[in-house]
Design a protein around this ligand. Structure first.
Ligand SMILES: [Zn+2]
Length: 414
């Protein structure tokens, strides 16, 4: 065949060493096709070899027959490499005729363990579609590898020590679909990811905890947003947990209220308030010099937006006061001040605080926040943008585990 070369016995032993093969397996042929950029390694077992049953490890079984199989291996430079072997079937007295396990691949995978290890290392760094293109495989086959190892690693988690939990949702598609991430706030990692954002997600987490060495009644602190769904879920399925409403979520409700005041007012003060939305939402420290000058100027104007903004800035002191009772008193007085204004959106925000009072105050005792989850969420959303979305929630969830789970997902290769 054109461009094809065969190798001598001493070269075969090099490949044998490179593949890490041991008895009874040996490399019996290497074919190298320069035109097709393909390298084929043929592996075979020694004649008369006795092999163990893949189910029970019973040793010394005779070969019944063989099946030829091919696996994609790590590329050799620019050549795609394949390993082909006659895989014996043995007859076990107990398990009947079974295909033996080969040391270079897991059952029913078309890839060697080394190839899969490479995929699992690369998939943390780039979207699956990019990776698939790079190694010349279909997305679907790469996802199959990813799911296999992510599922294993997720299932192998020991959640015995989980006691402080953060719950947050993240959008899987454009605002239609959500998944919920549960984080161990002490280990600083996501431990459970599930479709949806209703109270049943907390039930699913509680069950998962139970089946992974954890104990739902031992969860003592939960940090979450103020949604009814998570609240109902936590009260039902993490019954011993004290709930802290995440300060970042509280703040974003307040920012939304300030923005509502601005939008209403901008209808009459277009000249002053046009294109200023970001200035009221960003921390002053994060504004450019010019933006700060503009803000300082606006703050001298008799505007509702200015009053709302100033009140919002003042509320932040609640989180800075060291003494819980002083902080609680401060927030009560702040609400009184808000109620003395005619700023409707802020009144609504104040009612929300009152309705969720214990969980807002709880922060001063628990000091838990979902800052970790906020950070993880931006990593998740960045990966989603790079991947231009995911075809299924299953893929999205697997990717989240890889990003936030600190999981050891991948084959164990010697
Ligand atoms: Zn057996």
């Amino acid at each position: 065949m054109m461009g094809t070369a065969s190798m001598q016995a001493q070269d075969l032993s090099l490949f044998q060493a490179a593949l890490g093969l041991s008895d009874p397996w040996q490399v019996t042929g290497v074919e190298f096709d320069a035109d097709a950029k393909r390298l084929d390694l043929r592996v075979d077992f020694e004649k008369g070899a006795r092999l163990p049953c893949p189910e029970c490890d019973r040793a010394g079984l005779k070969v019944h027959d063989t099946e030829e199989k091919t696996w994609r291996h790590l590329d050799f430079f620019q050549h795609q490499a394949y390993l082909t072997a006659r895989v014996p079937r043995v007859e076990c007295p107990e398990h009947k005729v079974r295909l033996v396990a080969v040391p270079w691949a897991r059952p029913r995978s078309g890839f060697t363990l080394l190839f899969e290890a490479l995929v699992m290392a690369m998939v943390r760094e780039m979207p699956v579609a990019t990776l698939a293109g790079l190694v010349g495989e279909s997305d679907m086959r790469i996802w199959r590898i990813v799911h296999h190892y992510v599922d294993l690693a997720v299932d192998a988690q020991n959640l015995e020590g989980v006691s402080r939990v953060g719950i947050d949702e993240t959008s899987s598609r454009r605002g239609q679909d959500y998944v919920t991430v549960f984080a161990d706030l002490d280990e600083r990692r996501g431990v459970f990811v599930v479709e949806g954002r209703d109270h049943e997600t907390v039930q699913a987490f509680s069950l998962f905890l139970e089946t992974h060495g954890g104990d739902p009644p031992r969860v003592s602190e939960v940090c979450q947003d103020m949604s009814e769904a998570f609240l109902k879920g936590t009260l039902s399925y993490l019954p011993k947990a004290e709930i802290t409403f995440d300060r970042y979520h509280v703040k974003s409700h307040l920012s939304a209220a300030v923005d509502e005041v601005r939008r209403e007012e901008a209808k009459h003060h277009k000249d002053l308030l046009r294109n200023t939305r970001y200035m009221w939402l960003k921390r002053p420290a994060n504004l450019t010099g010019r933006q700060r000058d503009l803000l300082d100027e606006l703050l001298t104007q008799p505007l509702d937006t200015v009053r709302a903004y100033t009140l919002a800035q003042q509320s932040g002191s609640f989180y800075e006061l060291a003494d819980p009772d002083t902080a609680e008193e401060y927030l009560r007085r702040w609400i009184t001040e808000v109620d003395a204004t005619d700023l409707e959106p802020l009144h609504k925000f104040a009612r929300m605080l009152e309705d969720h009072w214990l969980g807002v105050i709880r922060w001063h005792h628990s000091r838990v926040s979902n800052g970790l989850l906020e950070g993880l969420n931006s990593l998740i959303q960045a990966a989603k943008r790079r991947a231009r979305g995911y075809r299924s929630n299953r893929n999205f969830i697997a990717m989240i585990y890889l990003i936030v789970g600190k999981l050891n997902a991948g084959p164990v290769t010697a």
